[in-house]
Each structure stands twice: as C-alpha cells, then as structure tokens.
Design a binder for this molecule. Structure first.
Ligand code: HPA
Length: 274
C-alpha cells in the first residue's frame, strides 16, 4: 500500500535519527550560489538526498543534493545543500518535504538563504537583504489540501513569518561588523522566467523589494510547523522599467558567490550569539 504523507515524513526522519547521533535544533537551507557556508561547518557528516527514503533529488545545475550535519558558530546544525524548486516540476508537498522532516526532528530555528533580483532603488548587486516579510505569488499554497492537526493549524497566522528577534540579532551583528545590511520584502514567484521590466515594476509597487523563485513555500510550512525563521536574500541582479541588463543564471551565480562571505559571516555570527 502507498505510504501516507505522515508515514513518509516519519520514515525519512527515523532514517536520519538512525544515522546521526547528536541531532541539531537549527537547520539551514542554502540557496543558489550560496553553498560555501558548508565549508565552514566542522565535524561534517554528509548524507546524500538520494540515500534518504522519500526525499526528492535535486536536478538543477549549481545545486548538489546533500544534507550536512555538523557544527557552525559553536552550534549543532543541519544544512541543506541544494533545495527543491517549484519550477523544476516538484509539487509543493515535495518542495517543502524537508521542512516537515525538520519538524519531525524537532528543529526549532530555520535559516534560509536565496539569490534574488532587487527592485528597491537603493539596492546594489551584491547586497545582503534581511527578509522582513514576504508576498506569496506562487500559484499554490503548500498547505492546500487536508490539514494534519499534528503538523499545525488549518489556518496558521503569517503575522511574523520572519522572527523579529532574529532580525534584531542580525541588525546588531550587521552594525558590529560594519556590514551594509538591507531590509526588505521578498516576493516569491514560480519562475523559471526572470521578470519582465513591467513585472519587476509591479512587484515594487505592491510592496516588494526583491523577487525570487524559492523560500516562500518552505517558510510557510516552517511557520505552520512552529519553527522560527530567519531569511536572507543576496541581491544578484536589479530589475525595473529603467533597467536594461538581462539577468542570466550565470550572472546570478557569480553575484551570489561574491556576496557569500558577508552572508556566511552574518549567519555564523548569529549562530554564535543565539
Ligand atoms: N527574478 C527572479 N528570481 C531571481 C532573480 C530575479 O531577478 N535573481 C535571482 N533569482
């Protein structure tokens, strides 16, 4: 008989519990071009997605699929190197499956990072933007369908989808380190197209500061699961009516690589001070 959703989550989590002795309370999802943080994790244990029962396997260039357990900033963490994007063809339950497994493993805090296009006129390529809120423009909500009370409420609030406490900690560290740390609202879209100039303009007008093709589904499920979230976007390109540059995947990866040291140092120091 086909396993149920809850059974699949339990099976994946049980597998990880059998592999990893000291489980963390903090998880990290790394976005496009932002995998370098992995190199700073000590006492690493890596588990390939393909070896975890029920886990989807990531396909896109620049995303390897592994879960890394280890220590960062003096804390036990599990990091996802490579995430599942809706545009790859995964459904919303697959995109957010790892977050359900985190919930089952009793993860309390989730750090998410992504590459995003900037609409805010003050932003420059290479900026790090602390996500203060999001606008969900994906065609589907990951919580659509039967609700399992065990996993969270039918109608979860999204009032503080991104932890105010963690944002305050990021700001404190940004100031200490003299970092240029922006704040903004992340607009999540399905992709895989980058935006038309009119779309970038539209997203700015409705209150967005940056746009990307990930994060929102995972953050919705994390909130449903009672996991506290901190998110950062690395601004890899700029979009708007007066901007003529054409964004490419290569450019996004290159810009993300450049901003990595700032993002890595912010997250590592936040972990240290948690
Ligand atoms: N649009 C959508 N997703 C993105 C962008 C963008 O401009 N840059 C990086 N990810």
């Amino acid at each position: 008989m086909e396993k149920t959703y809850l059974e699949k989550i339990e099976e994946s989590a049980a597998f990880l519990r059998s592999k990893v002795s000291d489980l963390p309370e903090i998880a990290i999802i790394l976005g496009t071009g932002l995998g370098d943080l992995i190199n700073y994790i000590d006492n690493k244990e890596a588990i390939e997605y393909k070896d975890i029962p029920n886990f989807p396997v990531s396909t896109v260039e620049g995303h390897s699929g592994r879960l890394i357990f280890g220590e960062l900033g003096g804390k036990r963490v599990m990091a996802m190197q490579g995430r599942f994007h809706y545009y790859e063809g995964y459904d919303m339950k697959q995109v957010t499956f790892p977050v359900r497994v985190m919930q089952n493993l009793k993860i309390k805090k989730l750090f998410v990072s992504n590459a995003a296009g900037g609409m805010n006129k003050e932003f420059r390529v290479g900026d790090v933007m602390v996500i203060t809120d999001h606008i969900n423009l994906f065609p589907e909500n990951p919580l659509r369908g039967k609700n399992f009370e065990k996993l969270g409420p039918r109608f979860p609030a999204m009032t503080e989808a991104y932890s105010a406490k963690m944002i305050a900690l990021a700001d404190k560290i940004g100031t200490q380190k003299g970092m240029r740390l922006m704040h903004g609202v992340y607009v999540g879209t399905s992709g895989p197209t980058f935006e038309t100039p009119a779309e970038y303009e539209f997203f700015r007008i409705i209150g967005g500061d940056a746009v990307g093709m990930s994060t929102v589904p995972e953050v919705i499920v994390a909130n449903h699961a009672g996991i506290e979230v901190f998110g950062v976007s690395v601004i890899t390109d700029l979009g708007g009516k007066d901007i003529k540059e054409v964004p490419t995947h290569e450019e996004v990866q290159k810009a993300a690589l450049k901003a990595q040291p700032n993002m890595t140092s912010l997250i590592t120091e936040m972990l240290r001070q948690l």
